[in-house]
Unconditional design. Structure first.
Length: 417
């Protein structure tokens, strides 16, 4: 089939690769000048099956009370005159029930384990290089209440096949010696040896280059104006570039536009529970011999992830619900940097920190939306939240199976199944 993929982030690019490998003729359209230039550009850099606990869980109410009104809070809700924000928030609260949390963990873990396996196979097949490290992910805890709350989630994930090993504070330092200066802050941790880290942007661009060599056509610099319906099928996509507007047609269409997916789908009467959650990151250029971590870390109290990317250290996280606002908030930027200094007081830099923010496409359950829409030839691959890269390869291969009429391998609630 001739397939048009809308979006050239890590989700759209992996979708294009697997669809082309299955024999389809694939074109990718994106408004940016290159692949992976928005949410995939400077994210946390983790392949983190161990991070499968959804934001919506029974402990969230106590955390929200603790964080309410703080400009530097890990989760910040900025009220807007936006019905979509209110509707998303109400559905989020409904997903905080214990039964819903367990159901969501099971689905996310199943897809994440499958995706991590497919990433390994793809890396070996293509010889991709993206500053990857296969040294696991260590969750660290500096507050006893967070450590206690995490035990239940870790136990649930272990029941579903995630090898999260509980470790004490001394073991945390043994796993990652760069934490020695913060030993007095540590309560304990969880270590998942099979998790990985790397640069999602470099991965996306490396895979796009291989996809282009295999025949995938990337058309950059095209704004996607609207989807054109044609009865029970989609008739085409109206795009706009320097030469003006044109209608692109295909046999099937894949929406992989992250947080912007609901805006494109709404005029067709398709409402999806995806809302943007702005995340921040800081990239620190490291001086030679800098005492920086090599094991990827998750700071559960501050909701930050820390990944070594060659001669850079990437620290990312927090969630700000503020619509499609992409302004950098100085207070939140400095809060991330302050935590880095707490954990690694002897970190030596080779240049100035580089701050960035991006919009994560988040669903109330943290489960992405993968599968067929109510239009027979319109497919969705969106809503991956903080786990976009973790779930990218598995989501793309599952979508390829669905389009090909096959049931995907992971036990996940795919759309239309």
């Amino acid at each position: 089939m001739k397939i048009l993929v809308l979006g050239a982030g890590v989700i759209g690019t992996t979708s294009a690769w697997y669809l082309a490998r299955a024999g389809h003729q694939v074109t990718v359209v994106d408004r940016q000048a290159a692949t992976g230039m928005e949410t995939s550009f400077a994210n946390g850099g983790q392949i983190s099956v161990s991070h499968a606990e959804p934001w919506a869980n029974p402990q969230v109410f106590a955390r929200l009370r603790q964080w309410w009104g703080r400009a530097d809070a890990p989760l910040l809700w900025r009220w807007r005159a936006d019905p979509a924000q209110l509707a998303w928030g109400l559905r989020f609260l409904g997903e905080c029930r214990p039964a819903a949390t367990r159901r969501n963990i099971a689905a996310i873990v199943a897809l994440a384990l499958y995706s991590r396996q497919q990433l390994g196979l793809l890396r070996d097949e293509l010889g991709l290089q993206y500053d990857q490290l296969q040294r696991g992910i260590l969750h660290i805890y500096t507050a006893r209440r967070e450590f206690a709350a995490a035990r239940e989630a870790a136990q649930t994930m272990r029941a579903f096949g995630v090898e999260r090993e509980a470790v004490d504070a001394d073991a945390c330092v043994e796993i990652e010696p760069a934490l020695a200066d913060a030993r007095h802050l540590l309560i304990g941790g969880d270590y998942t040896r099979a998790d990985e880290s790397g640069d999602a942007h470099r991965f996306t661009q490396a895979l796009a280059a291989r996809a282009a060599a295999a025949g995938v056509v990337f058309r950059h610099g095209l704004a996607i104006d609207k989807l054109a319906p044609g009865g029970r099928q989609l008739a085409g996509v109206v795009v706009r570039g320097e030469a003006g507007s044109e209608l692109l047609t295909a046999d099937a269409y894949v929406v992989a536009l992250g947080s912007y997916s609901p805006l494109l789908l709404k005029p067709l009467g398709i409402g999806i529970p995806v809302y943007p959650a702005k995340g921040y990151s800081v990239t620190l250029p490291l001086a030679p011999e800098s005492r920086a971590p090599c094991v990827s870390l998750t700071d559960d109290e501050r909701k930050l992830v820390i990944s070594r990317l060659g001669d850079r250290l990437r620290v990312a996280g927090t969630a700000e619900f503020n619509g499609y606002n992409l302004d950098l908030d100085e207070v939140r930027c400095q809060a991330v940097l302050h935590r880095v200094r707490q954990l690694f007081p002897r970190l030596e830099l080779a240049g100035a920190p580089q701050f960035w923010c991006g919009l994560r496409p988040t669903t109330p359950s943290n489960r992405p939306l993968i599968g067929r829409s109510r239009y027979a030839n319109l497919w969705l691959n969106t809503g991956h939240g903080t786990l976009g890269w973790t779930l990218a390869c598995g989501s793309a291969l599952a979508l390829t199976d669905l389009i090909g009429g096959k049931r995907p391998q992971p036990a996940f609630p795919f759309l239309g199944c």
